[in-house]
Design a protein around this ligand. Structure first.
Ligand code: CA
Length: 220
């Protein structure tokens, strides 16, 4: 099931969308400020974002700009009452995938969501290789291509690289990495995650794995 993040401050609209999307088989989540939306989108597990322009803190265009600036590639459909050509152009140039002026019909919204989700749900041409920008991770040989050169990874480095490559642009917490790479559902109080991130940085280049202070790490 696909998770839809609804970014909208009007309770009447979020309640209508939440009910409708659940009935249509989606998992809706709601953010009622721009900052909450950015936080939720960065933490991942969102398949598509419905983004209202008018929000109480920062507007939808600023939210979009920050998300794209931080490497979040989740499809975004902008929703706005301001059905002007200028808004439409700003939304698409800012990295929105689609644009829907209010009032819209719910059926049309669902059709647009399905259209934007489809390419991501299609299986990759070669599922044995995960690619992100100029990085590629070969699942079978457990090697990573960095700027055209294949480098060998240890078993743990490979497992860590795989988690990052499956969630590019998302902030992964130490807890998530411990669970996925080491199978631990608790923090053993060691700095094992940081140590392995530094090993991986040594092979991929330091700048590719960004430290998000107090939260975790992100593949940029
Ligand atoms: Ca609004």
């Amino acid at each position: 099931m696909s998770t839809v993040l609804i970014v909208e401050d009007e309770a009447r609209i979020t309640s209508f969308l939440t009910k409708g999307l659940k009935a249509a088989g989606f998992v809706p989540k709601v953010a009622d400020t721009g900052r909450d939306a950015i936080e939720m989108a960065l933490l991942g597990d969102i398949d598509i974002i419905l983004l209202d322009v008018g929000l109480p803190d920062i507007d939808g265009f600023q939210v979009l700009e920050q998300l794209r600036g931080q490497g979040v590639t989740t499809p975004v459909i902008m929703l706005t009452a301001r059905a002007s050509v200028a808004d439409r152009v700003a939304g698409l140039e800012g990295g929105a995938d689609d644009y829907l002026p209010k009032p819209f019909s719910f059926d049309e919204l669902v059709a647009r969501i399905r259209l934007r989700l489809r390419p991501r749900e299609a299986p990759a041409a070669d599922p044995g290789v995960l690619e992100h920008r100029d990085l590629a991770l070969d699942i079978r040989t457990r090697r990573m291509r960095v700027e055209g050169q294949w480098v060998d990874l240890s078993a743990r480095e490979f497992a860590l690289a795989e988690v990052f490559m499956r969630h590019p642009g998302q902030v992964l917490s130490r807890e998530q990495l411990l669970a996925n790479v080491w199978g631990l559902d608790f923090d053993p109080g060691s700095n094992v995650v940081d140590v392995y991130v530094s090993y991986l940085r040594g092979k991929l280049g330091k700048e590719r794995l960004e430290t998000v202070r107090g939260v975790g790490y992100r593949l940029v």
